[in-house]
Design a protein around this ligand. Structure first.
Ligand code: GUN
Length: 232
């Protein structure tokens, strides 16, 4: 949470942080969301996920005003992303699109393989790549012959949450490899879903963990918040 607060301070966005105890009731959390929905000076609301097991995540996401949903997790905003006409871009996928664009890579007609089908990354990522005219394949834990599919990718996005599972032999020569993973190992080391050393040898471009996708996600969160204020 600290990095989001710091980013707000750096660029002059007023922010409020509510650190609730893990046993906070769902009703109490929903009441807080509602207060912030009504509050004039607040243009963006982010509820940090995952939530404790006793809280219904969908109920909380549904309670956030779609106009303040800077994560773009509310079903209304998810639907808009699906259609391709949206105000709030999903932060992590949008950050990845910026990285790809800034690197001068054209997505049109490229084989894009997304490993992971989460609502936060895998699904919206696939939509953004599709809107940019990529040929998109979504892989997941039940996918057969995963390596065969990842080896086809011109652009490979790993968002599975399994430490270093994408290895060099799964990557095509000259591919663009994007690592969304944030896995904390037992020795406290932070690693991605991509085995960097072996994949770096094959890739034309590759993002590190930490320092690749993560800071871009926060930048996109700031962008959505400013956009929300402007739209208001
Ligand atoms: N937990 C992991 N990623 C995210 C994110 O982008 N937004 C929120 N709210 N929680 C997360």
């Amino acid at each position: 949470m600290n990095s989001k607060k710091r980013a707000c301070e750096e660029i002059g966005i007023y922010s409020e942080e509510y650190v609730l105890s893990a046993d906070t009731s769902q009703d109490k959390l929903l009441a807080l969301v509602d207060t912030l929905n009504q509050k004039d000076g607040i243009h963006g609301i982010l509820v940090q996920l995952p939530l404790p097991a006793h809280i219904d995540e969908d109920a909380v996401i549904n309670a956030i005003s779609p106009y303040k949903d800077v994560d773009a997790f509310h079903p209304v905003n998810v639907g808009k992303i699906m259609i391709g006409n949206y105000n709030f871009a999903p932060c992590t996928p949008a950050g990845i699109m910026e990285l790809i664009a800034e690197s001068g890579i054209d997505i049109k007609g490229k084989e894009c393989v997304v490993v992971g089908r989460s609502n936060i990354v895998g699904k919206p990522m696939s939509m953004l790549l599709l809107h940019s005219h990529g040929t998109v394949t979504i892989c997941h834990s039940r996918t057969k012959n995963l390596a065969e599919i990842t080896r086809r990718a011109d652009i490979l996005v790993a968002a599975v949450g399994r430490p270093e599972m994408i290895t060099g032999d799964m990557v095509k020569e000259g591919a663009v490899v994007i690592d969304v993973g944030m896995n904390r190992l037992e020795d406290n080391k932070l690693v991605g879903d991509v085995h960097f050393e072996s994949c770096e040898k094959k890739a034309a471009a590759i993002t590190p963990v930490p320092g690749g996708v993560g800071p871009m996600t926060i930048a996109m969160l700031m962008k959505n918040t400013v956009k929300s204020a402007r739209l208001k």
